[in-house]
Design a protein around this ligand. Sequence first.
Ligand SMILES: Nc1nc2c(ncn2[C@@H]2O[C@H](COP(=O)(O)OP(=O)(O)OP(=O)(O)O)[C@@H](O)[C@H]2O)c(=O)[nH]1
Ligand SMILES: [Mg+2]
Length: 454
Amino acid sequence: MAYLNGPEDTICAPATPPGFGGVSIIRVSGPRSLEICKKIFKFPSQVDSHKIYFGDIFHQEKTVDEVLVSYFQKGKSYTGDETIEISCHGSPVIVEEIIQLLLSHGCRLAERGEFTFRAYMNGNIDLVQAESVLTLVESQTQRAHQTALRHLKGELSDKIKAVQNSIQLSLAHLEANIDFSLENLETMNPEEIISRIGSAHKTTKELVSSYSLGKIVSDSLKVVLVGEPNVGKSSLFNKLINQDKAIVTPIAGTTRDLVEASVVYNGFKIHFVDTAGVHQTLDPIEQIGISKSKQELQDADIILCVLDLSLRGGFDFDLLKGYAAKTIFVGNKDDIKKTSYSDFLSENMPKHNYIEVSAMNKKSLQKIWDIIDQKLKDSFVETSIVVLKQRQYELLASLESRIENALKALRQDYSPEFIAIELRFALEASYELLGEKFDDQVLAKIFQEFCIGK
Ligand SMILES: Nc1nc2c(ncn2[C@@H]2O[C@H](COP(=O)(O)OP(=O)(O)OP(=O)(O)O)[C@@H](O)[C@H]2O)c(=O)[nH]1
Ligand SMILES: [Mg+2]
């Protein structure tokens, strides 16, 4: 990662997306920010932090634009370095011209995420907070936005730090016990250590299990419709997304590809996938579609297996093997004359995962929304903090398993050396989580997901 080598560089980049708008903002950060900006903007003799100055950006006596310039002194800015933000008129031509001027006077173009990277390197934020900046700018629902904001404010980091503190303290006391030269030292008794480690374990466990909701919050809840051809999957899909997106015809085998669409519901993004009807066919195009349908089942949060109430079908229920917990059977075409098949279904299907609806009657679809609601409720966990990132989840899971090992060993009165080893591993995971210990490749991966200017 190039910017690991250039903390002394003064960097610049547009902070607003390219295009025309009311204003565009250009960010400049680094030790020479003020010195460089003075070459293109007339500051008063005394420049104060967090003040906005009005004037012209000039180049060889010619005015480039009328702008507002804000100054943030070192230690009091987002990055922690001296920073200047130029708000110019929102035109890509003006932005380009100002950027070129800054470059010609000694700035370097910022890399992706470099401003946030500097904030992290300068200790303004930890790695968990840096990741939340990305989630914040990418969030597509209010709930994702609020969760990311709480992370940015440090709520998740604080929980991790509290766990880290408990481990450090317990480790110190255990190690004092191991070290015989400190024999007369007053150390914590085992019950006290067990209680501290126990509560650290509870916190990490809650955070780990919050990830199932976190995935839904930061991404979406995925609902996949499967079933035989002609049962009404596409009709239901269109009604659920409130759009005529998938083609509906009385011909079996209409849908051949995946059709996908998302809607926002109660602050969550719900992603629906309509699939090709599954049946025995020799048509190679349909076969590809069917194999795509099967692949979708794996990462669905809810599978809606649609059955036609008016017709005895021959759906191969083996397809859903292993997915029982997330499958709901939906008897569709409730509005037309039912056959013995529908009586059979209502008698034999387990009540808790069987519903009857009609794609022709939008009101009946409330039953599907109720299922989605229930799934969201089930995903809620004790803790109000939700883990959103896979990196955080994986490290928290390893943190949890190390603490759990230590706790078991403590309860069974194992030797303190053994317990200390587990706790040291746990501590390592917590350092990695907060970015107190880092690997260049991990950092590169995190910050390169950002856009330029962030
Ligand atoms: N009466 C009635 N007809 C329905 C209902 N749902 C779907 N249909 C009709 O059933 C036919 C098939 O509907 P689709 O939505 O295309 O079925 P599909 O499951 O997507 O079919 P494939 O794409 O071929 O797998 C169409 O003629 C729909 O109008 C319903 O609830 N009641
Ligand atoms: Mg279809």
